[in-house]
Design a binder for this molecule. Sequence first.
Ligand code: BTN
Length: 226
Amino acid sequence: MDWRITRLDEVASTMDWAREQAVQGAPDFTAITACQQTQGRGRLGHHWDSPEGNLYFSFIMRIPGELCGLMSLSLALALHDALRPLTGASVELKWPNDVLVDGRKIGGILIEMEGDAALVGIGVNILHAPSGKAFLNEWQDIDAEAFLPLLLAQIERVYEEADPVKAAARWNELAAYKGREISFLHGREMLSGIFEGVDEHGHARIRGKDGTKTYASGEVMEVRPC
Ligand code: BTN
């Protein structure tokens, strides 16, 4: 992977920077890190806290639409694998592609499209975290600049592997809430059922009264106590 990484002190959102590059036809793996973002965003239009000291990284990758699910699963695995050896704690994946350490979110992945280009944004709490979330320096004295190459190495590894069945199986081994009843927002609807893990497209398998259905997108809002 031929990374071309631009490093900036401050941007509105690294996603916007990546989008402009994609529009101008920049090649795959054109990437950006910023020390801070003034308008960082998460999935579903949520605000993403972006003070100096955490990792804010976006890159461009053109892949066929049918491989988007594999990409989402694989990136979560890559983030897991970069974090796991540094924490010595339980690191789990929360559908669709959050990473939790000790049950608290430490990082998330946002995928947006610009034409045929996927814009991948990864945020990891390194020095700071909003209340109730985790940050890497709770376990490891490392800064965002030093963490980035560890993450890139894992992204390259999962990219080379590119096996949807294996990726889904591994994701499911690391899944939080598997077998538990969850409530999740799907579009504007609040649904619930037993979370059975993901399929090879990265879609959640939820068992409800009418059997098991798959959902391409959603946000887990509540997990019932065991
Ligand atoms: C989520 O969990 O909701 C996804 C969070 C993604 C945050 C990253 S930080 C780098 C990139 N720039 C943004 O504005 N968002 C993503």
